[in-house]
Design a binder for this molecule. Structure first.
Ligand code: G6P
Length: 369
C-alpha cells in the first residue's frame, strides 16, 4: 500500500534506495573473514572449503549475473577454477561431475524451480558439497544445501531484482575471501583492506544514489528509443548484462549487452546515430581498451552514455554523455556501477508508463518450469 511505499512511486524505486541499508544489514556482525559465516544446519564450512578444488555456480536471471561477477573474484582472488551456468541448461545436459566441486546456487527466493532442479541434479551426480547464497532463510534452497549464506535484503516486491542482487554480490565477495583464506591465499593485510571496503559500501552506495537527477536526464532520451547496447569489460561485463536485463524487463526496450572487445564481431553493425550505447567504464586495467571501443561507436554516430569513475579522463562532448561516479570501488566496483543502471531502467520505464513493479509476462518467482 501507499504507506509502505513512503516517498517512493514504486517498490522498485524503494528497493533501489534501500540498498545501503540492505548491505549494512547483510554485513552486520561480520567481524572477520571466517568460513563459519557459511555454516549450514549440520555442516561446518571450514571442512568443506578444505576439500573442494573448484566452484560451479548455478542460478537464473539476475542471480545468474551475480554468479558471473563472482567468477572473476573467485579466480582472481581465491585462485579457484569457477564455472557459472544457467540452471535450466545445466540440469538437462550431460556434464562431467567433479565430487570436489563446491556447487553454489544463488537465488533471491530460494524457490526457483530450475535452480532447485539443477541443485538436485548436481547432487544426483555425486556432488555432495553445496552452498547457497539466498535471501529467504526458510526456503527450499537453504534446506537442501549443505551450507548457506542468507542475505538480508529484506522482502523484495518489485519483479525486477535490485537489492537482492547487490546483497548477493556482497555475500559472494565474502565467500571469495573465505575460500581464499581456506587456501592460504588471504594475508591479514588483504583481509583488513577488503573488510574495510565492504563496510564502506553503504556510504559509497548512498553517494551513487545521489546521481539520480543525472540519470533521469539520460532516461528522457532512452524512453524514445527501441534499442540499446550495453558494453563492459572484465568484472563489469556481467554488470552490462544486468543493466540490459533491467532495461528490457521493465521498459520493454530491446537491450543487449556485449563484452566491449566483441563489438567488432557483430554488434557494431547495429550502431547508427539512433543507437544509445551505455558504457560501464571503471578506471581499471582495461580502460584504455574500452576507450578505443568507444571511439569505434562514435565513429559510427552511436550515442555514448558513459558511467565513468572519478579518476578517469573521459569528458562529455558531442554525442558523449558522461556521468562521473563519486569514487572507485576497486574489486567491489560492480556493486556501485549497477546502481545507476537500475535507476536508468527504472526512470526509462516510468517515462514510458509501463507497469514497473509487475512487468508484463514476468513473475517474481518462477516456481514452475
Ligand atoms: C525471475 C525474477 C528475476 C530473478 C529470477 C531468479 O525471473 O523476475 O528477478 O532474478 O527469477 O530468481 P531467484 O529468486 O532464483 O533469484
Amino acid at each position: 500500500g501507499a504507506a509502505e511505499l513512503g516517498p517512493y512511486r514504486h517498490y522498485m524505486q524503494k528497493e533501489i534506495f534501500e540498498q545501503p541499508r540492505a548491505l549494512a544489514d547483510t554485513l552486520e556482525g561480520v567481524q572477520g573473514i571466517v568460513p563459519e559465516l557459511f555454516d549450514g544446519a549440520n555442516a561446518a564450512a571450514w571442512r568443506v572449503f578444505k576439500e573442494i578444488d573448484s566452484v560451479l555456480i548455478l542460478a537464473c536471471g539476475t542471480s545468474y549475473y551475480s554468479g558471473l561477477t563472482a567468477k572473476y573474484w573467485l579466480e582472481a582472488i581465491a585462485g579457484i577454477p569457477t564455472q557459472v551456468e544457467v540452471a535450466s541448461e545445466y540440469r538437462y545436459r550431460t556434464s562431467v561431475p567433479n565430487p570436489r566441486t563446491l556447487v553454489v546456487t544463488i537465488s533471491q527466493s530460494g524457490e526457483t524451480a530450475d535452480t532447485l532442479a539443477a541443485l538436485r541434479h548436481a547432487k544426483s551426480l555425486g556432488m555432495r558439497h553445496t552452498l547457497t547464497v539466498c535471501n529467504v532463510a526458510t526456503s527450499a534452497m537453504v534446506r537442501e544445501c549443505e551450507l548457506a549464506y542468507v542475505t538480508r535484503a529484506g522482502v523484495e516486491i518489485g519483479v525486477a531484482s535490485t537489492k537482492a542482487f547487490t546483497t548477493q554480490l556482497a555475500g559472494l565477495f565474502l565467500l571469495t575471501l573465505a575460500l581464499a583464506q581456506s587456501q592460504g591465499r588471504l594475508s591479514e593485510e588483504d583481509e583488513a583492506r577488503h573488510l574495510q571496503a565492504l563496510r564502506h559500501l553503504p556510504v559509497a552506495l548512498q553517494a551513487v544514489l545521489a546521481l539520480e537527477p543525472q540519470i533521469i536526464s539520460w532516461s528522457e532520451d532512452f524512453a524514445r528509443r527501441e534499442n540499446a547496447l550495453f558494453l563492459g569489460r572484465g568484472l563489469h561485463y556481467p554488470i552490462a548484462l544486468e543493466g540490459a536485463l533491467k532495461l528490457k524487463e521493465i521498459s520493454y526496450i530491446h537491450a543487449e549487452a556485449y563484452p566491449a572487445g566483441e563489438l567488432k564481431h557483430g554488434p557494431l553493425a547495429l550502431v547508427t546515430d539512433q543507437m544509445p550505447v551505455v558504457t560501464v567504464a571503471p578506471n581499471d586495467a582495461l580502460l584504455e581498451k574500452l576507450k578505443s571501443n568507444m571511439q569505434e561507436v562514435r565513429a559510427r554516430g552511436g550515442l555514448l552514455y558513459v558511467l565513468a569513475d572519478a579518476d578517469t579522463h573521459i569528458d562529455s562532448s558531442e554525442g558523449i554523455h558522461v556521468i562521473r561516479m563519486p569514487e572507485h570501488g576497486g574489486p567491489l566496483s560492480p556493486l556501485l556501477h549497477v546502481v545507476p543502471l537500475q535507476l536508468l531502467a527504472y526512470h526509462t520505464a516510468c517515462a514510458r508508463g509501463t507497469d514497473v513493479d509487475k512487468p508484463r509476462n514476468l513473475a517474481k518467482s518462477v516456481t514452475v518450469e
